[in-house]
Design a protein around this ligand. Structure first.
Ligand code: NAD
Length: 480
């Protein structure tokens, strides 16, 4: 069985503890590799390496930095099949999805920020004819980048690419549930000639290795994507140390369907926004609100389509719905399905664990589940389930559905289906979500600000926002 290494100062290393954590293949429900159980000594070594590397990396001509990052992007593309297979085995997602979405997006992230940094320029403000101000942007120093398990390499690169492109050096920690592609990525960094210490990857538990990154006084900026509870803990640690903080947290996103929508498109895309990646995408629309006039028609069509999804071995090409990431996560989702029943919900399809024949018999699979008959304020409709479970609720008026949509503590994304453009603008303006899709879902332009309101996060990633986050602004005012 494979042992994963940390990547510190350009070398692949075992952890100081000498201990390893079991890494599961969730579609088979068995251990298949081991992850370093790193502690604060590994983090200290990584931060020290990053500090030394910062001296050169931060002043290297941006074109040269960019060329190295582009090389890494090319290597990811070269190894697309290998990365997609590794991601599917580690996370449980269909290999087809990893090949079409996760891995191409990882190389796209590297390319986007490698080229973006070249165009990132100082701003200047002329104050009448009395003064000129220019604003320098210098890299913040050593950045800590912590990512979750649902889109492992996709979100790992979404953080480290802008940090590295901006001239920061990085100590990163992928999720302990899905460490494999970050390990493969470290090997590519060595092959691409990334100078030692520029990127350091420390594997291990959040409460130990992750917490040590947040607490380290020489890590000056933290970019975190994960759960809201963890985000709160990170903020509590980092705020008194006055670290720069970007938090991308959970969601409970509304998907609002008006009677005047393009019906086929709304049903088809809602199926994706409900169940892609087993519903384990922070942007999934888990609360579907349908205007009463088409509520029955939509629900019937949606349930019929849900029944066509193929739950099974993620390595088979026909599989649309793979395994949940862990047994604990599967049990959490099943407990929410039980809660939905207790709260008076009716399950129209799904609701159970699935036993897949053969190799995957012990895997963590759940049927895509559709629930109706619940109030928008019940726990099932307020708490993030993060699995293949959606509720459908009818509504009558715009005011009512805006109130329903905004009724949770989250505010990450929302989707709207209507052919009435005026209504789309009107409602978009009233939704308390950082990202709004009209007649589409997960249609991404990497230049746009990405992030959530309320308990879905603090700050925005993407485009110039990310490059600004990883740099300090210094204004120089010259009297003319
Ligand atoms: P999580 O919060 O459990 O873990 C995320 C990462 O934080 C992991 O690497 C973990 O090891 C680390 N961590 C845990 N405790 C830590 C601590 N005390 N200090 C430092 N690091 C620590 O989240 P998860 O279960 O891996 O991911 C699922 C969550 O992520 C969901 O809530 C989902 O909505 C959210 N998410 C949000 C976005 C977004 O862009 N807003 C994207 C993807 C996922």
């Amino acid at each position: 069985m494979e042992y994963i290494d940390n990547y510190i100062e350009g070398k692949l290393l075992a952890p100081h503890t000498g201990k390893y954590i079991d890494n599961y293949n969730p579609s088979e429900g068995r251990i298949y590799s081991f992850i370093p159980d790193s502690d604060e000594r590994d983090v200290a070594a990584a931060v020290s390496a990053a500090q030394h590397a910062f001296a050169e990396w931060s002043v290297m001509p941006v074109e040269k930095r960019s060329a190295i990052l582009l090389r890494i992007a090319d290597l990811i593309d070269r190894d697309l099949d290998k990365f997609a297979l590794a991601e599917s085995i580690d996370n449980g997602k269909p290999v087809r999805l990893a090949k079409a979405l996760d891995i191409p997006r990882a190389s796209a992230n590297m390319r986007f920020f490698a080229s973006g940094a070249i165009h990132f320029a100082s701003e200047a403000h002329v104050t009448g004819n009395e003064a000129v101000n220019y604003t320098l942007r210098t890299p913040v120093g050593v950045a800590g980048c912590i990512s979750p398990w649902n889109l492992p390499l996709y979100l790992f690169t979404w953080k480290i690419a802008p940090a590295l492109a901006a001239g920061c050096t990085v100590v990163a920690k992928p999720s302990e549930l899905t460490p494999m592609t970050a390990f493969l990525f470290a090997q590519l960094c060595i092959e691409a000639g990334l100078p030692k210490g520029v990127l350091n990857i420390v594997h291990g538990l959040g409460a130990k290795a992750g917490q040590a990154i947040i607490e380290h006084p020489d890590v000056t900026a933290i970019s975190f994507t994960g759960g809201t509870v963890t985000g709160r803990k990170i903020a509590a640690t980092a705020a008194p140390m006055f670290k720069k903080l970007s938090l991308e947290l959970g969601g409970k996103n509304p998907n609002i369907v008006f009677a005047d929508c393009d019906f086929e498109q709304a049903v088809n895309t809602s199926l994706q926004s409900s169940f892609s990646n087993q519903g384990e995408i922070c942007l999934c629309g888990s609360r579907i609100f349908v205007e009463r006039g088409i509520y029955q028609k939509f629900t019937d069509a949606f349930v019929a389509r849900t029944k066509t999804l193929v739950v099974g071995d993620p390595l088979l090409i026909d599989t649309t719905t793979g395994a949940l990431v862990s047994e604990a996560h599967m049990n959490k989702i099943l407990s929410y399905i039980e809660l939905a029943k207790q709260e008076g919900g009716t399950i129209l399809t799904g609701g159970h664990r699935v036993t897949v024949a053969g190799r995957c018999a012990q895997g963590y699979f759940i049927e895509p589940t559709v629930i109706i008959g619940l109030d928008h304020l019940c726990r099932t409709n307020q708490e993030e389930i993060f699995g293949p479970v959606v509720t459908i609720m009818p509504f009558d008026t715009e005011e009512e559905v805006i109130r329903y949509a905004n009724s949770t503590t989250y505010g990450l994304s929302a989707t709207l289906w209507t052919e009435n453009l005026k209504r789309a603008h009107r409602i978009a303006a009233h939704l308390k979500s950082g990202i709004i899709w009209v007649n589409c879902w997960l249609f991404r332009d990497l230049r746009t600000p990405f992030g959530g309101m309320k308990q879905s996060g603090v700050g925005r990633e993407g485009g110039l926002e990310a490059l600004r986050f990883f740099t300090e602004a210094k204004n120089v005012c010259i009297k003319l």
